[in-house]
Structure formats: structure tokens, C-alpha cells
Ligand binder design. Structure first.
Ligand code: IPE
Ligand code: IPE
Ligand code: MG
Length: 264
């Protein structure tokens, strides 16, 4: 997949093409993170059960992953299931897990074809064993791919991640019998996102103005873009709008104005 594919698949004069022409390709976010929200409301608005919203949201995932790969965005992280989402009815959680398995099984060949590496961020061992084995197979198959890094945050919590990093640091210290000196870089190496650039752009759908325990450490200086669009209606058009808006921002990192650029 390439940027050329975007030109070939978007009609001249279409909204997507007009937006694509406004994107500065040498100033893309290095990492786009998305809180995919509003599936339940999307279904409710159509008089359907909530799970139909989750089902419909798969098409949005597919298109978002594909467009990021075509654009050459290096990293995409999608928030699919939080540690707090276990509070939902068992039947809804079961459908979400089933959809996840189904998505991976159906999409694996597309991920391979497009050189996409798949990773899970979250407490994997607490997920149902059949889901874990599907996820592990997906990670293993795509391990050597060098295109887009596609992270799925699953059974993920920002606070849980920070606690897990602390535990990992303590375990290492005990194993080597030496107390480490902790600085920000050392700490970040123990997060699930070790070695991955922090998100430059954080998108939330469905209009909620909150973070809901997502990537708390990593979004310290992310640019936030919220849309009222519900996740099942999110498409390339909204992704392009977010990137264009991101590119207009002045990023200061506590210093003085620089045009939105990826590096701190
Ligand atoms: C997001 O949609 C999907 C998950 C959190 C798994 P919701 O299910 O939260 O939809 P709303 O927010 O109730 O509309
Ligand atoms: C955030 O959405 C979690 C995911 C998108 C997976 P929620 O719907 O769970 O968040 P709240 O409850 O509105 O904060
Ligand atoms: Mg929600």
C-alpha cells in the first residue's frame, strides 16, 4: 500500500481527495492513537442492540488501519477494550471478544500483504485463552513486518500499565540485586510501548471530552482532536480532518511556538 493508492482509490474532486491534497506528507504524526467510542450510541440510534454497534465498528477499524498504512504513518494505536470494560454485561463482553477473534482471523492476510506489524498493549494473560492464542498467532505471524505498527490496546488501562512498569522494574532489581536509578527514559522502557514514539495525535470519537485511562504517560504532549462522529461512522475523511487540524497546531512543549511537528 502506498500514497499512490490513495490517489487511485479516491475520486478526483471527492471530499477525501480534497482533504488528502491539504495534508503535508512530510509532517505527519509519527503515532496516531484513537479512543474508538460511541458504538453503543450508534446502535441505539438505529434501534439495534449495542453489539451491532461493535460489529459495525469493524469496518471503521479496517479502513483506519488501511489508510494509516497507505499514508505511511509509522504507528497507529486503537483502544479496543479497557480494564474497566469488564463492568459491562457478560453478553456484550463475549461478543466483543468474539468479534476481535473474527477480525484477526479475517484480516491477517491483509496485514501480511501490507507489511503491517500487529501488537497488543494490555494485560494479555487475563483475556480468555482462545482470544490470547489468536492474538499471539497474529503477533507471531506479523513479527517481521516493517510497515505500519498497529497496536491494539486490549484489557488496557493507563494506570495498570504504570503499575506493571513499576512491578517490572522491581522484579529486575531483585533479580540482579541492585537498585536502579530511575529517570523518565528508563521508566518508559518498562511500559507496554517501550521503544515506540509517543502519540503526536490523539483522536476520540463520539464527542466525549475525557481520556478514560488511555496511554496516560504517553500522551503528555499529544495534540487532542475530538469529533462528534460515532466510531462506526468514522472513515478516512475524519482521519484526514484530524491530521489537517493537527498540522495547524503550534506545539510548544513548554517552550516557544513551533509548527506541529513530530519531534519534541
Ligand atoms: C466503544 O463504544 C467500544 C468499547 C468501549 C468497547 P461504546 O460501547 O463505549 O459505545 P457508547 O459509548 O456506549 O456509545
Ligand atoms: C473508552 O471508552 C474505552 C475504549 C474505547 C475501549 P468507554 O466508553 O469505556 O469510556 P467511558 O466509560 O465513556 O469513559
Ligand atoms: Mg463509550
Amino acid at each position: 500500500m502506498s500514497r499512490q493508492d490513495i490517489l487511485e482509490t479516491t475520486r478526483k474532486g471527492s471530499i477525501e481527495r480534497r482533504l488528502f491534497d491539504q495534508i503535508e506528507l512530510d509532517r505527519l504524526p509519527r503515532h496516531v492513537a484513537i479512543i474508538m467510542d460511541g458504538n453503543g450510541r450508534w446502535a441505539k440510534g438505529r434501534g439495534l442492540p449495542r453489539v451491532e454497534g461493535h460489529r459495525a465498528g469493524i469496518a471503521s477499524v479496517r479502513e483506519t488501519v488501511e489508510t494509516c498504512a497507505r499514508l505511511d504513518v509509522p504507528v497507529l494505536t486503537l483502544y479496543a477494550f479497557s480494564v474497566e470494560n469488564w463492568k459491562r454485561p457478560r453478553s456484550e463482553v463475549d461478543v466483543l471478544m468474539m468479534l476481535l477473534k473474527q477480525y484477526l482471523r479475517l484480516e491477517l492476510s491483509t496485514l501480511m500483504k501490507n507489511d503491517i506489524r500487529f501488537q497488543v498493549l494490555g494485560r494479555l494473560p487475563d483475556l480468555p485463552p482462545d482470544v490470547v492464542s489468536e492474538l499471539e498467532a497474529g503477533m507471531e505471524r506479523t513479527r517481521n513486518n516493517r510497515g505500519l505498527l498497529f497496536n491494539i490496546a486490549l484489557n488496557y488501562g493507563g494506570r495498570a500499565e504504570i503499575v506493571d512498569a513499576c512491578q517490572a522494574i522491581v522484579d529486575e532489581a531483585v533479580a540482579v540485586g541492585k537498585t536502579p536509578t530511575i529517570d523518565e527514559a528508563f521508566f518508559a522502557e518498562h511500559l507496554y510501548t517501550s521503544g515506540v514514539a509517543d502519540p503526536d495525535l490523539l483522536i476520540r470519537t463520539s464527542g466525549e471530552l475525557r481520556i478514560s485511562n488511555f496511554l496516560l504517560w504517553q500522551i503528555a504532549y499529544a495534540e487532542i482532536w475530538v469529533t462528534d462522529t460515532l466510531w462506526p461512522d468514522f472513515r478516512t475523511q475524519q482521519l484526514f480532518e484530524a491530521i489537517i487540524d493537527y498540522q495547524k497546531r503550534d506545539r510548544r512543549y513548554g517552550g516557544i511556538a513551533t509548527k506541529a511537528r513530530s519531534t519534541a
